[in-house]
Write a protein that binds this ligand. Structure first.
Ligand SMILES: Nc1ncnc2c1ncn2[C@@H]1O[C@H](COP(=O)(O)OP(=O)(O)OP(=O)(O)O)[C@@H](O)[C@H]1O
Ligand SMILES: Nc1nc2c(ncn2[C@@H]2O[C@H](COP(=O)(O)O)[C@@H](O)[C@H]2O)c(=O)[nH]1
Length: 212
């Protein structure tokens, strides 16, 4: 009893554990994390990544991504400003130290939306100690449909994303890679599964923030 209380107190003092969302492009990571952030807006904060890809209609600089040139991104990487970075489907993506710190400074659970290379690099090279969540589609056929219906890709970039998805889906099967695996078939069911998996962390942040 005392040990449990003590370990909870220690983790509350260290700040909440970040949460990594990964999984194939089109699996529904953004859809699910946006739902979570809407319901628990005083609990979660999004780590805004940098990317060299062009903004999609409706996306906002500084909110969805920091949209930068390859030169700016490469300089940031060379200067050690990023905790991880990767090339995905021909574009550069990366999580800056500042993006994570901005969320952690508010004592919120920091959400990272990153690809498989990011997961590997965070595990190898950081002491971030996040909860790793894999969002998976029910099948490749459903994934392809969702990506096509999203209408954000050219045929070429769609094929690149589908190829990467095969690898990401295999990667997620390796035992111990992810703490939670969510199959996003029915959106509401997937959301309930996700929320349930994070309930303890959510309540911990709520309690700490209420008492401060
Ligand atoms: N359970 C679901 N049922 C039907 N459509 C869904 C479901 N979840 C997400 N979608 C739709 O599928 C598309 C892809 O979802 P989303 O953009 O959230 O994927 P993602 O994993 O964030 O992709 P990316 O990695 O490319 O950013 C979107 O158009 C979204 O509205
Ligand atoms: N390793 C990283 N991957 C990232 C980061 N930000 C986003 N991503 C991943 O890229 C793909 C494509 O994203 P999209 O917005 O162009 O559809 C997707 O799998 C994201 O999870 C990052 O900072 N690092």
């Amino acid at each position: 009893m005392y040990m449990r209380y003590f370990s909870r107190l220690m983790s509350a003092m260290a700040g909440p554990r970040p949460v990594v969302f990964s999984g194939p492009s089109g699996a529904g990571k953004s859809t699910l994390l946006k739902k979570l952030m809407k319901e628990f807006n005083s609990v979660f904060g999004f780590s805004v990544s940098h990317t060299t890809r062009n903004p999609r209609p409706g996306e906002e600089n500084g909110k969805d991504y920091h949209y930068v040139t390859r030169e700016v991104m490469q300089k940031g990487i060379d200067d050690g400003d990023f905790i991880e970075s990767a090339v995905f489907s021909g574009n550069m993506y990366g999580t800056s130290k500042a993006a994570v710190q901005a969320v952690q400074a508010q004592n919120l659970i920091c959400i990272l939306d990153i690809d498989m290379q990011g997961v590997i690099n965070i595990k190898k090279r950081t002491d971030l100690n996040p909860i790793y969540i894999s969002i998976q589609p029910p099948s490749m056929a459903v994934l392809e449909n969702r990506l096509r219906n999203r209408k954000t890709e050219t045929e070429e970039s769609l094929q690149k994303r589908l190829n990467a998805a095969q690898v990401e889906m295999e990667f997620s099967k390796a035992p111990g890679t992810f703490d939670v695996l969510v199959i996003n078939d029915n959106l509401e069911e997937a959301y309930v599964h996700l929320k349930h998996a994070l309930l303890e962390e959510i309540n911990m942040v709520k309690n700490v923030n209420m008492s401060s």
